[in-house]
Design a protein around this ligand. Sequence first.
Ligand code: C2E
Ligand code: CA
Ligand code: CA
Ligand code: CA
Length: 387
Amino acid sequence: INDSLGHPVGDRVLQEVSRRLQGAVRDEDLVARLSGDEFVVVLTVLDQDVEVAALKAGEISEKIRALISLPFIHEDMELRVTCSVGVVVYPDKNNVVHELLRYADTAMYQVKEKGRDAIEFFNEEMADKVSRQLVMEGDLHRALEDEQFSLFYQPKVDVNSGKIVGAEALLRWHHPEKGNVSPLEFIPVLETSGLILQVGQWVVEEACRALENWSERGLWSAGMQLSINISPRQFRRERFAADVIRTLDRYRLPKGVLDMEITEGVVIQQVDEAIDTITTLTERGVSFSLDDFGTGYSSISYLKRLPVATLKIDKSFVRDIIVDRNDRVLVETIVTMGRLLDLELVAEGVEQAEQLEILRSYGCHSYQGFYFSPAVEGDKFIELLLS
Ligand code: C2E
Ligand code: CA
Ligand code: CA
Ligand code: CA
């Protein structure tokens, strides 16, 4: 829980929330703090009839939501906490606790996706989603051993010279039966299952191997950078910087060849720790890019504090840059601001010559997009480097 400036208000608020939760339920019910700002409420034996029980659970959830959102005073500030409630009703005692928690969690995330501060019941549709994800999770466990992952590379191109100045490595998963699965589907599953830690380390390793190969063949000239995507969970791990540095050393990679793309999600909770990690890696010659810039909440305030070298302008702004005046204004503002802050500006998702023309006129440095090339496999990328 943060105040409006993003500072943690911490324990005081959590205590108050806990107190209010206790007040909303009966004596025989259980209130527990799960982690961070997540609480679990167990309402025992609401009714023999499942439908009636569901109705009562809904009423109590509404009461909880109303109580929690009453403002309270903390150090001269009036704070208001909102809560997202996920409810699962369980008809018998033979349920596995962690399954129930997962269902409630799924329902809660549904609330968050829809804009927070509401109540949602776990339903059939979510059940399907969970079981699909569990199947995928099982498949992903095997994927690393069976070498079903690979990296594709999308060239990063200088807006003015049209020359390749680097690339972004994008993870690909070839499922033995289903074929290629989109990262938009499997990365979230890697995240929730924790598998992202191993797969993320594999990406670092694979990127270093590629860089070593390209350098030995004289394809990677000074100043060119390969970017990899780092997920929040991976970045926050304590050993993250040390592991990366060990890998860079093992491949004897010089400074300045590896770049890491992070999103605001990486730093939103522990800004100081994030700055430490970035600083440690920067000293070993790794640079950082802020990915999907413009889509988050407090982009500008983070920008001031984070030692990043590059801003990547999200493809959603580039997409309509020709037809939508607002998007044009936004992109021009980001480029102007970025240049004033001495940042490198990379536009994502450039598909047409006209988009590139506009970006060039604003002073954007480089771009990626189907207009030049999609992400391609290693051999194909080498051909692009040679052409
Ligand atoms: P992202 O980091 O924003 O990556 C850019 C996405 O835009 C890629 O999708 C890329 O294929 C796509 N793209 C590139 N040019 C164009 C274009 O001209 N038009 C359009 N419409 N799209 C374009 P992809 O490969 O499906 O990856 C999706 C997301 O998955 C990435 O978004 C990134 O957040 C995540 N991801 C990919 N690889 C990794 C990885 O190794 N680790 C982690 N943690 N996340 C990854
Ligand atoms: Ca939360
Ligand atoms: Ca990226
Ligand atoms: Ca991006």
